[in-house]
Design a protein around this ligand. Sequence first.
Ligand code: PMP
Length: 383
Amino acid sequence: MIKILKFYQDRGLKIVKGEGQYVWDDKGDKYLDLHAGHGVAFLGHRNKTVISYLEKQMNEIMTLSLAFDTPIREEMTRELDDLKPNNLEHVFLLNSGSEAVELALKIARKITKRRKIVAFKNSFHGRSMGALSVTWNKKYREPFEPLIGPTEFLDYNNIDSLKNITEDTAAVIVEPVQGEGGVIPAKKEFMKALREMTEKVGALLIIDEVQTGFGRTGKIWAYQHFDIKPDILTAGKAIGGGFPVSAVFIPEWISEKIEEGDHGSTYGGNPLAVAAVTAACKVAKSEKIADQAQKKGELFLKILKEKLEDFKIIREIRGLGLMIGIDLKVNPSTAIKILQDEKVLSLKAGLTVIRFLPPYVINQSDMEWAADAARKGISETES
Ligand code: PMP
């Protein structure tokens, strides 16, 4: 029998169903899902609006490339219009975060006619060749070198390091909160200085919001916390309400310079993906998901800080909206395993962080459940 790659086999937990912020295993046990498929299920598992849009679309037409217009595409553009990143009124739909990053890098090179890309230490932008070139972790990069270069990695949140952004830079790519790198929010002064520097040298600023975007951090787009505007924005995960979709947003002046054939994707923007994004936009607006993430994120942080304040092995509990990390002074893997035994799914970030990426429908008693489970996990790690 054909096998899935060995490291994705026998993980010890077989999930058979999801609903809202919960999933169930094959034994019928219920879990609080703060892993959410690496943050994809921000609108909750099996969101009703997303299902109804997908069902309707499945009954009309499922398969069609971008070559033809569809009513659902018209509906999506209307719905997305008031959620789009401020100045970026053109969108290209793709299928994964890495693909979105790949296109953003291509656009930057074409527009500026420059080659160098600047990224930051601890960054994560994906694992396709281009996206991997701007991903920090050497373990992911080295076996596949030479990658696409030149690439330079600067210190995140260090304004002084920005002087290395020079006139030969096509683009700087940055996460407003580093996700995989350890849930590290950018500082406002840093993002403002970055924006100024890129403008000064004529480099494009790509803000990678694959993980932070679409409400997760308490604003629809996390860059909105920083009083700046991107030139290109990449989105993924939450934007499809659970369906695989990613997006690249660009402004008019860039879109005018893109020619047919510069990029394409058979599945990108297929009717089901477009229906999912349309539904996700409806939910985002009717449920005010960003406001909810803001309020619930604050509450969750407060509960975690209260319940975990006495642990010496905690370096910091931090986050923005519903993107939260408990940074330990040690490897968090044992704690994450114990959280799972307590029926709370979480994920590792960086080398030392327990990361929570809850669906926006999480409630206070879920937060207490998670904090108690974390208490148990961390105290067993400490002892
Ligand atoms: N960019 C960021 C900021 C991400 O967090 C991720 C995924 N964790 C990606 C890009 C890559 O997305 P995907 O796995 O969908 O290719």
